[in-house]
Design a protein around this ligand. Structure first.
Ligand code: NAP
Ligand code: HSE
Length: 430
């Protein structure tokens, strides 16, 4: 498009991220123009409610509630999707691609579930489909995996990839804050999803690790492939016991290429208090990548929030504009050319933290240890506390063992007359 002087944007959404995108595009307009070689201008913005106060200086005539004003507008070159959700968003994105408009999105739900269809539409229409902000907010991890580490066979990718839960666990660990209070704080700061269940139940992180796994292992990994546990079952007792044993609890997304296929999971994890991930606090994220050539690498930054996320979105817009200018859109498209199997969760190996409430009487520990021993689970350490009256609490850490062995043992342990409750089971890494 050599005749173009201005690249025009249709922005879908003016919430936390949309506002940040608008601010960066207007406040840094000259800098962006010099780097891209063209001016980038927001032509139309889709919202639900045009009368809402957005807290930014925006011409009201730019706002619309009609998607056709963007998808049917021949002047609009790039559609930036920061609405969230699948419906009607997916339809809007497909309409845009099918009309030859490149798309930039921050939507991990849509990419993790419908990536294949979206990439096919982008390729068929010779468009870019960029989604840097969909994983780890402001950290440039997608481009790093697709381009900077492209010469490697990636062996592992893992880390803290949800800002809301990291913020919550940080406050719960350092300040003893209440779960619901800190969730409200994370929502007020714009970190949480519209439905924060996706954050606290681990689904947001699961979508992100699905995306990272797909790119790392060149195999389509979807949300359904990911084993998911969130942080709702983490109690102040677990945090205190973990600390006493020398660990910090973090919600990790973990994905590894193994001989039995791709291991991919999200769960709260005890990590040793001297591990670098324990210093990743508040809404910060960190992603570790191990490649066969580069070795270990680590990427750190703000994983959620208005401007960090918008930073990634605007960089994608700039790349899409550059590709248009040089007439090379779609140059880096889908990279899922393999079809590796997913390793069943039962076959994964970890160490485990197990907290059990028992009747406080002689022989309890030996009967529990016997069941674990019979199932091939060996215990590394045990602490016992009196809880109240006749109830004692056992906190066990196992040696490395298969998930299926631990789960088998727990079925039998639940049946023991001395056992009142298996209060929590968490994995230990690092
Ligand atoms: P948000 O604050 O809830 O904003 C959503 C915006 O989309 C609002 O402006 C809303 O309009 C508009 N919208 C939603 N559905 C619409 C519809 N059907 N028709 C027209 N407008 C509609 O969400 P957000 O936090 O900015 O997140 C947006 C996306 O970015 C999500 O996919 C999220 O997962 C992703 N993301 C967010 C973050 C973060 O830190 N927040 C980080 C990375 C990625 P009204 O304002 O009129 O209601
Ligand atoms: N809700 C997400 C989080 C936003 O807390 O990480 C960033 O993707």
């Amino acid at each position: 498009m050599p005749h173009k002087q201005v690249v025009k944007i249709g922005l879908l959404g003016l919430g936390t991220v949309g506002r940040g995108v608008y601010r960066i595009l207007t406040e840094n307009v000259e800098n962006i123009q010099r780097k891209v070689g063209l001016k980038i201008e927001v032509q139309k913005v889709l919202v639900r409610d045009t009368s809402k106060d957005r807290g930014i200086d925006i011409d009201p005539s730019v706002l619309t509630t009609n998607i056709g004003d963007i998808t049917n507008n021949p002047e609009i070159d790039i559609v930036v999707e920061v609405l969230g959700g699948i419906s009607p968003t997916m339809d809007y994105v497909l309409q845009s691609l099918n009309r030859g408009k490149s798309v930039v999105t921050a939507n991990k739900d849509m990419i993790a579930m419908h990536g294949k269809e979206l990439f096919a539409a982008a390729e068929a229409n010779n468009c870019d489909l960029f989604f840097e902000a969909s994983v780890a907010g402001g950290i440039p991890i997608i481009r790093t995996l697709k381009q900077s580490l492209a010469s490697n066979n990636i062996e592992q990718v893992f880390g803290i990839i949800n800002g809301t839960t990291n913020y919550m666990l940080t406050k719960m660990t350092k300040e003893g804050s209440d779960f619901n209070d800190v969730l409200k704080e994370a929502q007020a700061k714009g970190y949480a999803e519209a439905d924060p269940t996706a954050d606290v139940e681990g689904y947001d992180a699961a979508r992100k690790i699905a995306i990272l796994s797909s790119i790392s292992f060149n195999t389509r990994v979807t949300l359904d492939d990911v084993y998911v546990e969130g942080i709702t079952k983490i109690s102040t007792e677990d945090i205190a016991y973990a600390n006493e044993l020398g660990y910090i609890i973090k919600l990790l997304g973990i994905s590894k290429m193994t001989d039995e296929g791709i291991e991919v999971r999200v769960h709260p994890t005890l990590i040793p208090s001297d591990h670098p991930l324990t210093s990743v606090n508040d809404a910060f994220n960190a992603v570790f990548v191990r490649g066969d050539a580069v070795g270990d690498t680590m990427f750190y930054g703000q994983g959620a929030g208005e401007l960090p996320t918008a930073s990634a979105v605007v960089a994608d817009i700039m790349d899409a504009a550059r590709d248009m200018l040089r007439d090379v859109p779609g140059i880096i498209g889908c990279t899922c050319y393999n079809n590796k199997p997913i390793k069943p969760m039962g076959k994964t190996k970890s160490r485990y933290y197990i907290r059990i409430l028992v009747h406080d009487k002689p022989g309890v520990l030996s009967s529990i240890a016997l069941v674990f021993g019979n199932k091939g689970v060996s215990l590394a350490s045990v602490i016992q506390k009196d809880v109240e009256g006749s109830t004692a609490e056992l906190v066990l850490i196992t040696h490395g063992t298969k998930e299926e062995n631990v789960q088998d043992a727990l079925i039998d342990i639940k049946q023991l007359s001395c056992v009142k409750e298996i209060a929590n089971v968490l994995r230990v890494e690092g």
